[in-house]
Design a protein around this ligand. Structure first.
Ligand code: NAD
Length: 452
């Protein structure tokens, strides 16, 4: 169901009325299209806490945005055409990795205070932080302080602009992450803290236009909804996509597969031998495994029969554990492989009526955090999760109007996300250049007010 409130606030009378009544004023978000693949405007590169050891400039230059660097109040264009002038930046990257104490933390304020107002609508603020130093509690304190800073700025910045924190120690290892966050693909990702580890580069050069060319991706529950969008986005990025869904959805799965030039696999993912059946279907192995299939069977715990509990735990968690174990044990995931599971903010924040669902989705986050280092060390495979917030799907269209409206507005962007927002985040995690992103649970929720 269309978000009529969002359309209304895009009109002049709508803007006037909602401003007078103090109601939320969501901005229409700019999302990726083939015609407009980048943000429009320049990127302002700022530093706080002194020069960092990061070799950031070449990586930022490769985002395609003309870069301006600010030192002591002067702005100089470093790449591309005109970068200054009356229009504000489309993106600001603040390198705060050198911030080690409360005095230098003040440079974060000094750097962003004068420019935040001028950041373009649907623009990006990305703060770069260092890993917390366990031997220096002053450094750890102020680097942790950046999280509270970023999450607070995300809640006040408005106009469809997003604010995220990336913790890194190597700029080139973070290239896919910075490209994602500094593009329209991350329109609904805000208030996130993303850890990027050491470089785990792909063997060959990266094709940034068709990164998944020659790779096979399997998406569970891809006959409709978010899974369909994920399949479509991975196919856009060049993957051969296997659309897996239950027998009842076989016709839709075949339709999606045919549209994307992929193949369909009819299988209930809860089958005890699901992993073996997938491996048999793909004798050459696979590169990307997306655990998207999920169900809800809501009831408060006092009214919840055991069957509702077990069916949700089986689809959302047990089958994810079983198929992951089986495919890793068989060596079916090729080196450089990617596993992306689907959690939910309901698993992070909890939700009345969803003890089963919340437990299953929190379980997904636990699986990711525990398995990620071992899967990378033993199989060369990363394991991450996306945690969607309120996404406009058939599922959420069926939610009663009042609850649906609350779900849509209770986030910093004051609107629901689209399936493609989850899909773009998944595609970034599945990217061959994202090998240094591992064990992360990334919320795609417009910075929902619920949960951490
Ligand atoms: P959806 O119900 O529209 O689609 C789910 C798909 O999974 C369906 O095609 C269904 O047939 C398939 N499926 C269910 N059980 C299966 C099984 N046993 N084996 C194989 N396929 C199975 O749901 P959606 O809204 O697109 O959600 C996709 C994922 O995102 C789910 O894991 C869901 O929990 C999660 N999620 C959704 C939202 C949201 O707002 N829509 C929010 C948070 C998390």
């Amino acid at each position: 169901m269309a978000d009529r409130y969002l359309s209304f606030t895009a009109t002049a009378p709508g803007r006037f009325l909602t401003a007078r009544l103090g109601l939320p004023q969501p901005a229409a978000l700019s999302r990726w299209t083939a015609e407009r693949p980048s943000l429009e405007g320049h990127l302002l590169h700022l530093t706080a806490g002194g020069p960092s050891g990061l070799d950031l400039a070449p990586v930022l230059a490769r985002t395609g945005l003309p870069t301006a660097t600010e030192t002591a109040g002067t702005t100089t264009g470093s790449t591309g055409g005109s970068t200054t002038g009356s229009t504000g930046p489309a993106a600001v990257v603040l390198d705060a990795t050198g911030v080690r104490d409360v005095d230098t933390l003040a440079e974060v304020h000094a750097a962003l205070h004068p420019v935040v107002r001028s950041v373009a609508a649907s623009g990006r603020v990305v703060v770069l932080g260092a890993p917390l130093d366990t031997r220096d509690h002053h450094q750890a304190a102020v680097q942790q302080a950046l999280e509270g800073f970023v999450r607070s700025l995300g809640k006040e910045i408005g106009r469809g602009r997003t604010v995220n924190l990336v913790r890194l120690s190597d700029a080139s290892a973070a290239e896919s992450t910075l490209r994602f966050l500094l593009s329209p693909k991350s329109a609904y990702v805000s208030g996130q803290v993303i850890g990027v580890g050491a470089a785990e580069g792909p063997d060959g050069p990266v094709d940034w236009t068709l990164p998944l060319a020659g790779r096979t991706a399997l998406v569970t529950g891809a006959a409709r909804g978010i899974g369909e969008a994920v399949a479509e986005t991975l196919a856009r990025d060049g993957a051969h996509v296997v659309v897996l869904d239950v027998p009842q959805a076989a016709e839709d799965a075949r339709r999606v597969a045919a549209r994307l030039g992929g193949s369909a696999l009819t299988l209930d993912i809860t089958a005890a031998d699901a992993g073996e059946r997938i491996a048999a279907e793909l004798p050459d192995g696979l590169d990307v495994l997306i655990h998207n299939a999920g169900i809800t069977r809501d009831r408060r715990l006092v009214n919840m029969p055991a069957e509702r509990w077990s069916s949700v735990l089986d689809v959302n968690l047990a089958s994810v554990l079983r198929t992951t174990d089986a495919l890793l044990a068989k060596g079916a995931l090729r080196t450089g492989g990617r596993i992306v599971a689907t959690a939910s903010i309901a698993g992070l924040a909890g939700n009345a009526g969803q003890t089963n669902y919340g437990a299953s989705k929190a379980g997904v986050a636990g699986l990711v955090r525990s398995l990620a280092p071992r899967a990378l060390a033993e199989h060369g495979v990363t394991v991450n999760a996306v945690a969607p917030g309120f996404i406009e799907t058939k599922m959420t269209a069926a939610v009663p109007l009042f609850i649906r409206e609350a779900g849509r507005r209770m986030n910093s962007l004051a609107q629901g996300g689209l399936p493609v927002d989850v899909a773009e985040t998944t595609a970034w995690l599945a990217h061959p250049a994202s090998g240094s992103v591992n064990g992360q649970v990334v919320r795609v929720c417009g910075q929902s007010l619920l949960g951490a």
